[in-house]
Each structure stands twice: as structure tokens, then as C-alpha cells.
Design a protein around this ligand. Structure first.
Ligand code: SAH
Ligand code: SF4
Ligand code: F3S
Length: 477
């Protein structure tokens, strides 16, 4: 069939239109397999955050229905890079690995390469790819990911060069497309897309668009379906989960959504990522304190402990208000695990500002922290701010901060030694197959003797021996 015929015959409504393209692509792939006398393989590589990981599961779900077999090797017939651009090194990684893919493609004339995700939403990136990476077959963005089956099929039939389809923004949410989960027993679930916060260092609002929430009934129905399929733990995903409700006709708060999810029978654990300190309501703290399935783990990005820098970052809280929030949280939920993200070297950060960050870290005593060196993102307000901090100063501050958060992390983890905890068993240990590996509700990893029959179950484990950031334990029942 020609591309024109294919498009003319396609239904106008979604997701029916995508299911049509899946069927058409499946026919083409089946024919190709017969010609080659073998199965075709695909590989989806994820860069970036949980949001991207979930998107990759959607891509893989479609590829599997089309007939591809999944492989870990990027020397495959169809390779997708789902990219991230939150820091410059995320982009560099993609360019580096594309060179290797080109080598594979020269040896396999049937190989197709697609690029999608946040990095593709940057016009300069796409221009660069068009000039210097002509061997790429398909480029699409974050807003039209649901159209993957259509774009893929068009690309399959296309004989002349790269297909590029990038949208600037969207208000659309297309539900009920195929998904291939990475883990049988746990899953990410999108609750909102995009971000309206515009922290001045951050590129996410530009590449993920305006914030929009899924309807609560769609979220609940998806989770019910997941539970019926063996899922016991969900991670509710959004750039700012606690502003959930934006754009809904009937306003539902994030805490109310948590209650609805908590009521789902058969579900055992609920996590969420990421709340913003400015929107952390008493109602949410109360929900975490009282809803039994909600893990007592709050990831509360600090970014900086200096009120002056927080203002320049447009974070809309102060050092003092953040500390008050943490106090309130700890009072209401004494065993809460608090983790964070911190950026070192934001433009204009003085030694005094940095010491404020160290002070907050010292006072909060985080269970763990992701620490990042500030990365200049073109197009964000911070990129053109004066007084960018010299590399050697940033490196020195970064090392001091890392030493402190690691010291606290060790102390926190050590505090559980000898206790019995509920562990969700996730996999057979990679190094020692007589052990299984699982997670406490606060995300600490525990290894203990066991077998594959435990995977997906929550079991009681005695934490015998602390090994820095993880435990070796034994079944307690
Ligand atoms: N929406 C989430 C996650 C955003 S990206 C949030 O607000 O927390 C994850 C983390 O990357 C951020 O928390 C921040 O610490 C870091 N980050 C974002 N932009 C960055 C930049 N330009 N340089 C360094 N780190 C950055
Ligand atoms: Fe970026 Fe801030 Fe939005 Fe998080 S809340 S995605 S850091 S702009
Ligand atoms: Fe990266 Fe996009 Fe996530 S920029 S951190 S993959 S939202």
C-alpha cells in the first residue's frame, strides 16, 4: 500500500486510528520476516526519568503488537532512543551512542533508527541531527508519542530520508494504547503531564509542555487493570504530582486521588514522584500518615538551601518555610523517609549560599539525596544570568555536599539494623542467585536468601547486616 492510501483509509478517532496502523504495520513486518526467514528484533533505550521509562513501555507495547521481538542489544532491526535533555551530559550521551548505532546500520540494511523524547523538542538538536546524522529514520517528540504506530508505519513505507514530526505543545491525552511493562509486579502510572512551574534552570516545561491532568477515573481504571494483571505497587508519576487537578473539569486534589487509589482492592503499595515543596498541603501529609498503602517516603526536592538562590530559581519557598515543612512532616509521620534533589553551582551561588544548603542538609538529615552540578540549558532564564560559578569552585562544593549526604544516608540506613521490615521482592540477586533483592517501603534495598517464587510478594525480613546503603537479611516468618 502507498503512504497516501494508508493515510486515506485510517480512522479519524483515537486510539482506533493507532490500532489501525498497528495492524497495517504488523502485515508489513510479517512479510518482511518471511523474506528474511527470521524474526525481527527491536530495542528501546531509555535516557532520563521515570516519565520517560513509562513512555518507553508504551513504545515497546506497540512494537510487540506489531510483531517485533524485544532484545537488549542495540544491534537490532529497530532501535529507539527515548532521550532526556535535563542536563547537557544527557545530550552528549545520545550523540556518542548514535555513532555506534551507525556502525550497526551499515552492516544491516534493514535496520531502522528512531529518536524521540525530550531532547527532540529542542529545535537546535533536530537541526543538528538533520545535518550530521542523516542515517536516522524517524524523529518525533514528547507530545505526539501516542502517534508512534502511525509514524512508525509511515516511516516503514517511506523510501526517502528522515521523517520528522515534532509538536510545540498539546492539550491532548490519548488513553488505552498497548503497554509492555518492564516489571510484572510494579508499574509507573502517569497522573499528569507537563509542568507549569518554570524553575529558571529547568528545561522540562519547554520540552514537556503545559501541565494537564488525567481524569481520576482513567487513572483508577488503569490501576485496577494493572492489579488484575499482577501489579502490587504503583508509582504515580508527574513533574509536580501535588498540583494534580490542573485543567480537570471537576477539581480533585492529589490527596483525594491518593484516597481513591488506596481503595483499590489487591493493590499493596503506592508511591509518587515528584511533589513540589510549594504545594505540599497538610491534606497530603495527612493522607500519607493515614492511608495504609501509601509508602512513608517523601521525595522533596530542595534544589538549594539559600533563600536568595531559591528566589533566583523561582522555587517559591524559602529556607525557613522548607524547614518548617520538614518539621511538620516529621512530627506527623515520625518514621517518614525524606529524600531530595540538590543543584550545586547555580549562577550567583556564593560560599554563603552554599553553606545554607549544607545547613539545611544537616538539619533535615535526608535518607538519600541526588546531587547535581548545575548545567546551563539554552533557552532557560538561568542560562543568561550573570556570575556563572567557576568549575573548580563548583566541584569543591559538590564534593563537600556529597560527603555530607552520604554520611547521613549511612546513618539513616544503619538505624534499621536488627529490625523486621516488609519487603517487596523484585528480582533474583544479580551477583548471587541464592539471594533475592527487594525494597523496603522507604526504598532501601535488601538482599536475602530466597527463590523466584517470592518475586512480587511482600514478605517480612529481618535486617541483619547493614552494608552501607543496603542490607543483607533473612526471612522473618
Ligand atoms: N519535576 C521534578 C524533577 C525535575 S528534573 C522536580 O521538580 O523535582 C530532576 C532534577 O534534575 C531536578 O530536581 C533538579 O535537581 C535537576 N535539574 C533540573 N535541571 C537541572 C539543570 N539545569 N542542571 C542541573 N540539575 C538540574
Ligand atoms: Fe523543572 Fe521545576 Fe518543573 Fe521540576 S517543577 S520539572 S524542576 S520546572
Ligand atoms: Fe529528562 Fe525529560 Fe525526564 S528532560 S528528566 S526525560 S522529563
Amino acid at each position: 500500500m502507498s503512504i497516501t492510501d494508508l493515510l486515506n483509509n485510517a480512522p479519524d478517532t483515537e486510539p482506533e486510528r493507532q490500532y489501525y496502523f498497528i495492524r497495517e504495520a504488523a502485515k508489513i513486518i510479517e512479510k518482511k520476516e518471511q523474506e528474511l526467514g527470521r524474526k525481527l528484533t527491536c530495542c528501546v533505550t531509555t535516557f532520563g526519568c521515570q516519565m520517560n521509562a513509562r513512555d518507553s513501555e508504551k513504545l515497546l507495547g506497540i512494537l510487540k503488537q506489531i510483531g517485533y521481538e524485544e532484545t537488549d542489544s542495540e544491534n537490532a532491526d529497530f532501535v529507539v532512543y527515548n532521550t532526556c535533555t535535563v542536563r547537557e551530559n544527557a545530550n552528549n550521551k545520545v550523540y556518542g551512542r548514535l555513532g555506534i548505532l551507525h556502525g550497526y546500520k551499515k552492516k544491516n540494511k534493514d535496520m531502522m533508527i528512531a529518536l524521540c523524547g525530550c531532547m527532540m523538542q529542542e529545535p537546535t538538536v533536530v537541526e543538528h541531527l538533520q545535518e550530521s546524522y542523516k542515517f536516522v529514520d524517524l524523529i518525533f517528540g514528547t507530545h505526539n508519542l501516542y502517534k508512534f504506530a502511525e509514524l512508525f508505519t509511515t516511516s516503514l513505507l517511506n523510501k526517502k530520508g528522515m521523517i520528522i514530526d515534532i509538536w510545540k505543545d498539546t492539550d491532548k491525552i490519548v488513553e488505552n494504547l498497548p503497554i509492555q511493562r518492564k516489571y510484572p509486579f510494579k508499574s509507573g502510572v502517569n497522573i499528569s503531564f507537563g509542568c507549569n512551574n518554570f524553575c529558571t534552570y529547568c528545561i522540562v516545561p519547554y520540552v514537556r509542555g503545559r501541565e494537564r491532568s488525567r481524569k481520576p477515573e482513567d487513572i483508577v481504571n488503569e490501576i485496577k487493570g494493572l492489579v488484575a494483571d499482577g501489579v502490587v505497587e504503583v508509582m504515580l508519576l508527574g513533574q509536580n504530582v501535588n498540583s494534580y487537578g490542573v485543567g480537570l473539569e471537576e477539581k480533585v486534589t492529589f490527596a483525594e486521588l491518593l484516597k481513591m487509589v488506596n481503595d483499590i482492592e489487591g493493590l499493596k503499595r503506592i508511591r509518587f514522584m515528584t511533589p513540589h515543596p510549594k504545594d505540599l498541603s497538610d491534606e497530603l501529609i495527612e493522607a500519607m500518615a493515614t492511608l495504609p498503602k501509601v509508602c512513608k517516603h517523601m521525595h522533596l526536592p530542595l534544589q538549594s538551601g539559600s533563600t536568595n538562590i531559591l528566589k533566583k530559581m523561582n522555587r517559591r519557598y524559602t529556607k525557613e518555610s522548607y524547614l518548617e515543612l520538614v518539621d511538620k512532616l516529621k512530627k506527623r509521620i515520625p518514621d517518614v523517609a525524606i529524600t531530595t534533589d540538590i543543584i550545586v553551582g547555580f549562577p550567583g551561588e556564593t560560599e554563603e549560599d552554599f553553606l545554607d544548603t549544607m545547613d539545611v542538609v544537616d538539619k533535615v538529615h535526608y535518607d538519600s539525596a541526588f546531587t547535581f552540578i548545575y548545567s546551563k540549558r539554552t533557552g532557560t532564564p538561568a542560562a543568561t544570568m550573570p556570575d556563572q560559578v567557576p568549575d573548580d569552585v563548583v566541584k569543591d562544593r559538590f564534593d563537600r555536599l556529597l560527603a555530607l549526604v552520604q554520611k547521613h544516608g549511612h546513618e539513616k540506613v544503619k538505624g534499621y539494623e536488627g529490625t523486621v521490615q516488609e519487603i517487596l521482592v523484585e528480582e533474583i540477586n544479580e551477583q548471587d542467585s541464592s539471594l533475592v533483592t527487594g525494597k523496603m517501603s522507604n526504598n532501601i534495598t535488601v538482599h536475602f536468601p530466597g527463590d523466584a517464587s517470592l518475586i512480587g510478594n511482600i514478605v517480612k525480613v529481618k535486617l541483619n547486616c547493614c552494608k552501607g546503603f543496603y542490607y543483607i537479611g533473612e526471612l522473618a516468618e
